[in-house]
Design a protein around this ligand. Structure first.
Ligand code: G6P
Length: 612
């Protein structure tokens, strides 16, 4: 949520900042801005996408080898030019970009107003830059010291980068609960919310920790201290990411590219962890804590959005196969109720970004209560990956489309392997069934490829739905979370209201909505409840609903009743979600495209939600 990028070195900063902001646009795109230091501080800000900023700054003075940039997802104050970052101190000396929320900004603002500070925006961020200015000027302090003192007075979350007109040879950055990465080049530094703007310049990065302040200098030197002024010895990581992963690679949209990458990303997730020929599964994170996890009294899964849907599938998988009780919680709810979590519990956080504020906070709570905390994360080096006791990366590569697709199937693949491994270790499934499941699991990437061949047919079906105001998604068992995920995908990117429901629950409410205007998408591949689903479809048809059914290849019954069917290959029931979600991703994609929606950057959404 909000993207920060900054540069100090020998090159012109502006083009680097703009390119970096475009890479970070998935984090928010309400407005964008840059501040460039070239004797003066030149600030350009504009409502809308980064391209609007580029148009706005055309012809203006943009030279300078030090600069900061920001792309915003509005929290405090409307998304307009005034509220856009960077924000500048009253004396025009400091410019600051911020990701996060300063919770006590109103109190601070009142006190600063008494001192004569005048504010021009409605943001919490402007208060922070004035607070730093006040402290700096009162005692004539170096910037980093003024920032350090200011941050001890701030309640909330922040990643900030600040430039000082009077000191053109350094940038100061700090973080708490919002990510910040420092890229170390040859006599140059890049600072950013994630590594994507950095990767084409250097592979050497430092992930700033909470309550750390970094000073990077034009001379190439840098230092990091805590807000308590303790010097830190940072660890330099080597990035393992290729620039092609950040490009569209011939596809019109990142979402379409990411949908098509799934055969590969699912394979990558299984590589070195599952070997059907030799009959084993090995997840490093799980092996490290094998006793505690296999003997856990309960597994609690905390996540948000699409990751929460992956968690629901894990509940079915782990209870069904490994016979361990599982609870799945919205992280935002778990953290604010008074949950019973004990040392005998294992709390698993699922997160693509590894930065979701609520998920992070839920994990911290679980850690305090003594539970083992396990992260299932995509972004390497992210906050969740770093605070957990153990974990597994899903290895899906950067996901840029705001609507999650390949990260979801990566999470489900990982959780499926986890359930299989736990089941095997706990002896809750027979060796022959374990082997049968391993064999089938290794066929999944090929089967996903097969599902993707239905793209044209799905595009045709999308025509039928594109002008409808509502849609209902139904599924049972393993496919109930897929109904939720299908509905979420549709509303996220096409702005059609959609609901996911357990198929049998339809008669307790949603059935009242069904008429010829209501498309009902039914995931009807379950072997265990096949007849029941067929009856649910009859109930919809009796009320003239338009039925689109996802069925197993060769299905003869439901294909007679439904208006349209999309076939997926037969598989073991626990693995169905990995196949049945694919047509629903494609369906949303095509509908959104037909409605002229921005598929990769849907309105009001952001990919990395670092505020509560
Ligand atoms: C945002 C994204 C979703 C994502 C959710 C949780 O809402 O738009 O795609 O599922 O955050 O994010 P996480 O990174 O924790 O999986």
């Amino acid at each position: 949520m909000c993207g920060i990028v900054a540069y100090i070195g020998e090159k012109e900063a502006y083009p680097l900042l703009i390119k970096g902001l475009k890479r970070l646009e998935y984090r928010g795109y309400d407005s964008a801005g840059v501040a460039l230091l070239n004797g003066d501080v030149n600030v350009y800000k504009k409502k809308g996408k980064v391209q609007e900023l580029v148009n706005h700054a055309q012809g203006a003075k943009k030279n300078g080898t030090l600069g900061i940039g920001h792309t915003r997802w509005a929290t405090h104050g409307a998304p307009d030019d005034l509220n856009a970052h960077p924000h500048v101190s009253g004396d025009g000396r400091l410019a600051l970009v911020h990701n996060g929320i300063i919770e006590n900004y109103a109190l601070l603002k009142k006190a600063l107003e008494k001192e004569g500070h005048v504010f021009h925006s409605e943001t919490d961020t402007e208060v922070l830059v004035h607070l730093i200015e006040e402290i700096q000027n009162r005692d004539n302090l170096p910037l980093e010291e003024a920032i350090r003192i200011a941050l001890t007075r701030v309640v909330g979350a922040y990643a900030i980068v600040v430039l000082d007109k009077n000191d053109p040879n350094k940038l100061v950055a700090a973080r708490k609960a919002s990510p910040l990465v420092i890229g170390i080049g040859e006599n140059e530094f890049f600072l950013a919310s994630d590594a994507t703007p950095i990767i084409e310049h250097t592979k050497k990065v430092i992930y700033l920790n909470d309550e750390e302040i970094a000073v990077v200098r034009r001379s190439g030197s840098y230092d990091i201290r805590t807000i308590n002024n303790e010097v830190q010895a940072p660890f330099i990581h080597e990035l393992d990411m290729k620039i092609e992963m950040l490009e569209k690679g011939g596809y019109d949209y990142f979402m379409l590219k990411e949908i098509h990458e799934q055969p590969t990303t699912i394979s990558d997730c299984m590589r070195g962890r599952l070997n059907a020929d030799e009959g084993w599964i090995m997840l490093g994170g799980l092996e490290e804590h094998v006793n505690r996890i296999t003997k856990a009294k309960r597994i609690i899964i905390a996540a948000c959005g699409t990751s929460w849907h992956a968690g629901l599938i894990a509940e079915y998988l782990i209870e069904d196969l490994a016979r361990l009780p599982v609870e799945v919680e919205y992280a935002s709810e778990l953290r604010y109720r008074n949950p019973i979590i004990t040392e005998d519990d294992v709390v698993i956080a699922i997160s693509q970004s590894g930065e979701t504020a609520d998920t992070l906070a839920a994990l911290e709570l679980a850690k305090e209560k003594g539970a083992l905390i396990y992260g299932i994360v995509n972004v390497v080096g992210s906050s969740i990956a770093r605070i957990t006791d153990a974990g597994s990366y899903i290895h899906a590569g950067p996901e840029i489309g705001v609507a999650s697709t390949k990260a979801f199937t990566g999470q489900v693949t990982l959780l499926t392997m986890m359930a299989l491994s736990l089941a095997h270790k706990r002896g809750t499934i027979s060796t022959s069934y374990f082997q049968q499941l391993l064999n089938e699991m290794s066929n999944i990437p090929k089967k996903v490829e097969k599902v993707l061949e239905s793209n044209k047919k799905i595009e045709y079906i999308a025509q039928e739905i594109k002008d409808k105001p509502n849609a209902l998604y139904l599924g049972r068992g393993y496919n109930f979370p897929i109904a939720l995920e299908g509905a979420l995908k549709l509303k996220e990117i096409s702005y059609i209201h959609a609901e996911g429901y357990p198929a049998a629950e339809m008669k307790h409410g949603p059935i009242a909505l069904i008429d010829e205007e209501m498309p009902v998408i039914v995931i009807a591949t379950n072997k265990s409840a096949y007849d029941k689903i067929a009856s649910n479809i009859q109930e919809v048809k009796a009320r003239k609903g338009l039925v689109i059914a996802v069925v197993t290849e060769g299905d003869e019954v439901i294909s007679q009743i439904a208006d349209y069917t999309i076939e997926i290959p037969d598989t073991e029931e626990p693995f169905t979600p990995l196949l049945s979600v694919i047509p629903l991703q494609l369906l949303s994609y095509h509908i959104a495209l037909m409605r002229d929606c921005n598929v990769d950057q849907p309105r009001n959404l952001a990919k990395s939600v670092t505020v509560e």
